[in-house]
Design a protein around this ligand. Structure first.
Ligand SMILES: C[S@@+](CC[C@H](N)C(=O)[O-])C[C@H]1O[C@@H](n2cnc3c(N)ncnc32)[C@H](O)[C@@H]1O
Length: 492
């Protein structure tokens, strides 16, 4: 599937612009256009000036916007900006808000105030733009005036939300394209060295860099949003690095902000991410069910040759993110006296986690027996008092697939001990936790309908697959998930 397929379905640049037509219509574009021997018109993306002229021409041709981009400023590439704006439209529509009637805030407009211009022109909505760079504020004001959009766009030289949000007003959304790079961070240069850029770099340090990078910037935004609360209905930001998205999603959860969503913005060879959150109750604005675009990732665990089985269950309140499962598994391993060792995975696989567990005895069965004895004891006490036995749910946890020797005698237990004394592990397996889309037949996920899958990949151990299945059943019971999605364990 071509990268363009992952663009927002309503993004007009899913079809590339007709450069020949632009060259005929616009003399400035003709100047930078190059015609090859076959008569095809192209431009040199490595030339900063060509990128600026292309953006100016597209703004004129497709949106009737007259803009000039200062030579030293960031080129606001339109396909990416449009992907973000269309997602905001989706979030507004999903929240039953009409784009034509909404008021939004754009944090860090840049010199062209691109989001404000597009929002005002396309939907005629009200926008308040904030920007710290004085030169950019002045240039943005000129752009607004030139396009006669003063009634719709207001520029503000304050920072983030503080002093921008007025007490007596309610705003429908906020958006932001934060500076990505850290002041001291040379990752931008590193990327450039390894992979020469396909496009000329545009923008200056003050536009692209900030103390602590985008994580710091967005953290501040999240912290201020907690104070502003639901006076802004939907907060959003763009994120430049996938690993940062994981960090910021975790931060939102740590602040108990569960009404959130994220999406991917794909255009050309660049992917960016969008993150949105809200303090409104989910019966008013429910971001968790809002439309998104996420590329479907194929699980690599499926390719492993080792024997594997899995536990799958839908994302729910108790387990709302991968971190909840990680802490569940870590606590359970500790309770069961099982060794658990994290296995590093690539930084960008933020929707998966791997560890190796080593069990030296079937401690989970002892735990189960202990729990059952406690239940029976409680029941006996109740029976003693009332004289009759109500066996409700005593065996609720024993819904296990019978794994042969899941109920061990004390002789067997002591042989467990003997073997473990020899230090041979009873079971070594990998836990591979992944988030999957429920509909894995599609390349693009448009509804965030997700499930967790805990793969259990057998490695070795003297108790073989029997121990693996018995542990799996213990986890199913402890997670309190029924096997809603049937798994076919792989062949041995
Ligand atoms: C990456 S640029 C984005 C510009 C524009 N929104 C775009 O998408 O092309 C980030 C902008 O945020 C501005 N900025 C940095 N810190 C800010 C702050 N605390 N409040 C408002 N704007 C800020 C920078 O001056 C810069 O213009």
């Amino acid at each position: 599937m071509s990268v363009k397929q992952y663009m927002h379905p309503r993004n007009k640049y899913k079809r590339p612009p007709d450069y020949k037509q632009l060259a005929v219509l616009y003399p400035e574009f003709r100047e930078i256009a190059i015609m090859d021997l076959t008569g095809r018109v192209r431009i040199d993306f490595k030339e900063r000036k060509s990128l600026h002229v292309l953006t100016e021409t597209l703004l004129k041709h497709d949106f009737d916007l007259n803009v000039n981009i200062p030579a030293d400023k960031l080129n606001p590439a339109i396909p990416l900006r449009l992907n973000y704006i269309l997602w905001m439209e989706d979030l507004m529509t999903h929240s039953k808000l009409e784009m034509e009637k909404v008021t939004g805030i754009d944090i860090g407009t840049g010199a062209v105030c691109i989001y404000a211009l597009l929002l005002a022109k396309i939907y005629k909505c009200q926008v308040i733009g904030t920007e710290v760079d004085k030169g950019s504020v002045e240039h943005a004001q000129k752009c607004i005036k030139k396009n006669k959009l003063q009634d719709l766009i207001e520029m503000n030289s304050n920072r983030i939300f503080k002093d921008v949000v007025q007490d007596n007003r309610v705003y429908d959304f906020s958006m932001c394209n934060p500076p990505f790079f850290e002041n001291e961070d040379d990752s931008f240069k590193k990327v450039e060295k390894v992979l020469p850029p396909r496009n000329a770099p545009t923008g200056n340090d003050s536009e692209l860099k900030t103390e602590g990078g985008e994580v710091c910037f967005v953290t501040k935004m999240i912290e201020e949003s907690v104070k502003v609360g639901d006076r802004i209905k939907i907060y959003s930001t763009m994120i430049g690095k996938k690993a940062d998205l994981a960090v910021l999603r975790r931060l939102l959860r740590s602040k108990n902000i569960k009404n959130m969503t994220w999406t991917e913005f794909c255009q050309g060879h660049t992917t960016r991410w969008g993150l949105a959150w809200s303090f409104l109750p989910q019966n008013v604005v429910n971001l968790t069910t809002a439309p998104v675009i996420r590329k479907h990732r194929k699980s690599i665990v499926g390719l492993l040759k080792d024997y594997k089985t899995s536990i799958t269950f839908p994302v729910n309140d108790k387990f709302s993110c991968i971190d909840d499962i990680i802490s569940f598994l870590k606590v359970t391993a500790k309770e069961l006296n099982i060794e658990l060792q994290d296995i590093p995975i690539p930084e960008n696989s933020f929707d998966s986690w791997v560890c190796r567990i080593t069990a030296r005895k079937r401690s989970w069965e002892h735990m189960r027996r202990k729990r059952r004895s406690a239940q029976q004891f409680a029941l006996k006490r109740a029976k003693g008092e009332s004289g009759e036995c109500i066996e409700a749910n005593t065996c609720a946890e024993e819904t296990s697939i019978k794994t042969g020797n899941s109920m061990k005698s004390s002789d067997e237990e002591s042989s467990d001990k003997e073997l473990s004394e020899k230090n041979d592990p009873l079971l070594v397996c990998k836990f591979w936790v992944e988030v999957e889309s429920r509909n894995d037949s599609q390349d693009i996920i448009t509804q965030p309908n997700e499930i967790f899958r805990i793969w259990m990949v057998f490695e070795n151990g003297y108790d073989g697959l029997d121990a693996l299945h018995s542990l799996r059943q213990y986890l199913i019971n402890k997670l309190e998930v029924r096997e809603k999605i049937l798994d076919n364990p792989s062949k041995t």
